[in-house]
Design a protein. Sequence first.
Length: 324
Amino acid sequence: MKIYFTTCLLLAAIIIGFANTLTAEDSSAKVDERFLQANDRTFRFFDTQEEQSWQEPFFFMQMADTQYGMFTGNKGFEQEEALVQQAVEHINRLRPRFVIVCGDLTNATPDQDRYQAQVAQYHQDFSKVDPEIPLVCVCGNHDLGNRPTPKSIATYKENFGDDYFSFWVGGVYNIVLNSSVLKDPTGAPEVLAAQQTWLGQQLERANEGKAQHIFVFQHHPLFLKREDEPDQYFNIPLERRTPLVNQLKQARVRAVFAGHYHRNSYGVAGEMEMITTGPVGRPLGKDPSGFRIVKVHQSKIEHQYWGMDDVPEHIELTEETAAP
Ligand SMILES: [Zn+2]
């Protein structure tokens, strides 16, 4: 009888263990492929061969800080859900070349209880974007924690793909950085070092490929207004900011796009624009929830922030005036 009982217990343990493995596989299998396009340090949707040469003017939509859970301190996310649904309607009507969400996708960090529910809602809402319009996700400090670790980065990758990568679109080279390790590298110094080596290679590649423009996307602004402004919560510390700004200027990066500030801000470093975009989610200043539309012409870019209720019906890409 005793042996029989032990065998039963053992069998039960094996079955439970097996079921757990299945559930774990199930939950990762549930992440739609569209959220895992950032892989092997590139974005699979875009074919490098096809996208490497300049084609014609296009526009993309830059968003930031959907931050599901921020309005209520992680109790719910109804307001974020409604705002994202509004954003998705605009995306599907305007049909940009791509949409990029520059970090703080959720308010909870991977080690917090509400994280998975917020991630699931993000996935559910953004899966309503027309599959022909690629959605690029960028990691922020809430997505990795204020002190990112290999573990928090691994969790992010399971849900949203690589934390840093690059891709060509219509002759433009786009570099996505993990700015949370630039803000605080102490939990994952090897990630910052690897990203730095990789970045040097990317800037060379963009140059060799004769990129029409080079854009950098990240969560934290390098600076809000001036490249030498003092360190504070919303910018990258001067210690790592100055060498990076110089490297990007030297490589003729046209613009850096960021979020994190929950307001708009703007500055230049030489000819490089530092564009900080307000939130899809909760605003922290006078700018309403919204996003930026960026028009990319052969020799220039034009960009404007739109509040969610003021977005135009459609986007005109007017021809550039011919150079004299
Ligand atoms: Zn942030």
